[in-house]
Design a protein around this ligand. Sequence first.
Ligand code: UGA
Length: 426
Amino acid sequence: MDIAVIGAGYVGLVTAAGLASLGHRIRVGEADPTRLSELNAGRLPIYEPGLEELVEEAVAKGRLEFFADNREAATGVGMVFLTLPTPTGDDGHADIGAVEQVVAELGGHLAEGCLLVVKSTVPVGSAHRFQATIDRLQPGIPVVSHPEFFREGSAVHDFFHPDRIVIGADVPGTAAAVGALYEALDAPVLMMDPVSAEMVKYGSNAFLAARITFANTLANVCEAVGADADAVLAAIGSDERIGRHFLKPGPGFGGSCFPKDTRALISLSEAAGYDFQLLKAVVEADQEHRRLVGEKIRWAVGGDLGEKNVGLWGLAFKAGTDDTRHSPALDLARSVLAGGAQVRAYDPQAACAIPGIVCVDSALEAAKDADVLVVATEWPEFAGIDFRQVAETMRGDCVIDARNLLDPQTVVQAGLRYQGVGRRSR
Ligand code: UGA
């Protein structure tokens, strides 16, 4: 099938390249000229493992093309996937302006019977709103809600191995038509109405954010009572009813999705007349947890960060990506900079986004002369570093492992002090 994908962000590019590899012909519309020329030159504007190869292969097979003009990209296609950004507006609502604009732009220019497939995360009710817009301009174009569940850093894997494919449609047959695109994949296709499909996305992300926050806050209690959070959470997660995933303590949930989607769900609940107190508490507890991790750094240098050197390992919001949006690492950096410390940071993929941080080329360089070293992103290479060399190059002797990534024993044997999240300090 010929499909247009509008918006070459990470969801758009992975969807486009993934669908192309399933045999469909994809026409990507991208309005940003810099991004477009990068793509046409064979360079990806984002780092996503496996994506470059997938895009290259699709382009070589003639199944993937890029267009500056969205109408041209959508010419004659059977479906248009909308993969545009929906940033949080001032009031906490997801801003669907970019999607609305494209729906309006395409109205009157689509082939008869074409489906508009909404992949962007949009507030509940948006598919119906887009339907009203397109109905005014070009009746007979059904809008389908088809939320996305890729994780950054494993988006290509997630495309080919989804736990489920969720499709919400009002017009009979349209959800099945979208589901048929994925025939080659071994995944259940869950069909429902568009409002419910939109709700699945927010519900999933909010639930995962709540799980992480539960793990983080329980870890804080473990630390206070002298229990080992890793052992406790592993045992809790071995109950099949609970499951092991997303119970890893860390510095708080980050990225472009959980912080945005939790707030958007609170806001859309409020607009619908429901006070989602539980989710509000999750967001507050996450903020407080981030503050407590920051406090550990202050504690490590004796209470005053002024003139102190902080070595920061990791900037990305998690390992496997160069994305620093809502990264807890950056929050930690900001808070220690505000306390008067200097920060030397190293990340294998992410660039430094905050003025005042000195970015260096290796983990050891970041540790040089540090009074305290902070592991903020769980890049596996940090666990394999020789801590005797770290101890030699540091000025102080404390390691704050905000990801519970390191082996505490190895750190302590190198003559350093160790403090994790919910682990006994040594
Ligand atoms: C998340 C969801 O996992 C995807 O299913 C969804 O499609 C995506 O949002 C989206 O809405 O687009 P992503 O933001 O890429 O994916 O990142 P996650 O892997 O979910 O991690 C989010 C944050 O939680 C990161 O800061 C991560 O370090 C943290 N985390 C995750 C923990 O602190 N502990 C865990 O056990 C798991």
